[in-house]
Design a protein around this ligand. Sequence first.
Ligand code: S3P
Length: 443
Amino acid sequence: MSARVDWIARPAPRAVQGETAVPGDKSVSHRAVMLAGIAEGVSHVHGFLEGEDTRATARIMQQLGVRMETPEPGQRIVHGVGLRGLRGSDAPLDCGNAGTGMRLLAGLLAGQAFDSTLVGDASLSRRPMRRVSDPLQQMGATIETQEGGLPPLIVRGGRTLHGIDYQPPMASAQVKSAVLLAGLYAEGETVVREVHPTRDYTERMLAAFGWPVEMAPGYVRLRGGGMLVGGEVVVPGDFSSAAFPLLAAAIVPGSQLRLRAVGLNPRRTGLLAVLRLMGADIRVLDTREVAGEALADLEIRHAPLRGIDVPVEHVSDMIDEFPALFVAAACAEGVTRVRGAAELRVKESDRIDAMARGLRALGVTVDETPDGADIVGRGTAGLTGGQIDSHGDHRIAMSFAVAAARATGDVRILDCAAVDTSFPGFVTQAGRWGLDLRASETR
Ligand code: S3P
């Protein structure tokens, strides 16, 4: 991401209409190449997200000795090396912008015979890593962080790991997954307990690859020392990417849009429930199950939105969708209150702060709290034009690109190159939905 890209987004010239598909799920794509890499035999990954985050993880697995073919974009053939078959690399392992990549790999690498260094870009280098290094050290790993628990991470090899019974202090699928992946290499039993359930792709994919995993409400349990067997992985459309066309159709009058084959894992779809509480008209059509994951088409028609108190029980099921929700709230009638979402402050940017500042620049009144915000919707008045700093955060950039559809003037969005981490081709896609968005300059 060397080039700097800014965007100019204009008020929507027409309603959002048509039918569209979104890129493959980022969470599933990361896990697919990691688990396929340490499985026995060959795996075929279909619908792999060709984003920078997931390609960085694929590159790292290759750097560790896993042969991978790309017969066409979105496809990977992964020649697994088995649980003990990875080879160390003298060069640092570059996770780019990806917190998921770095945290899950820390768990995977904690049980290897060799040392590894995990590095990331400027944004990732500011993100907290003690949440994974602490439990991994309790398992017997040696992980060195920089001052303040920040990356780079040095993961020492040759340690004997033992299982732990762990309850992360925050709701985090990344922490849960890091501990479970280290648990594959640990002696005895590893248990991760959760008060608020988080996305369960790691445990489900481990089970699909033949590892015995006990999944029950509130905990996941596995034993170390087994074997993964490669197979087919079908990656669903990413609900978090679908959130942007959904938002566009929700806020632009006259819209009607159908989104094809979106993953509807219940741990991801909090935004659906919350938008419906706000009055959105969303239909779930043609629900089917593909490789154990629920998929459906979503059809959304514009309807006026009203402000609500976002129920706290939905927070972890929509943790990546708050930037989009903030925009929906800004376009609603009345106040929307978000609480219990302090984790937003340690995402690719401080998303409470970035969204509050950005919305204020478009004429919206927002009061921040430590774990949320009150957003005073402008209803039919819409937003003003203005300039937004995305802080290099893909979801902030995409949220404001959509928000501009309801603005009365142009919205200039700075620093948008990171959108390629999760949604390559966003600008072109947005044009197809009916938005007026272009990349303004590259320098
Ligand atoms: C992810 C978990 C979430 C989410 C991130 C992807 C995952 O992070 O925000 O985009 O794939 O496990 P946390 O575990 O920090 O909540």
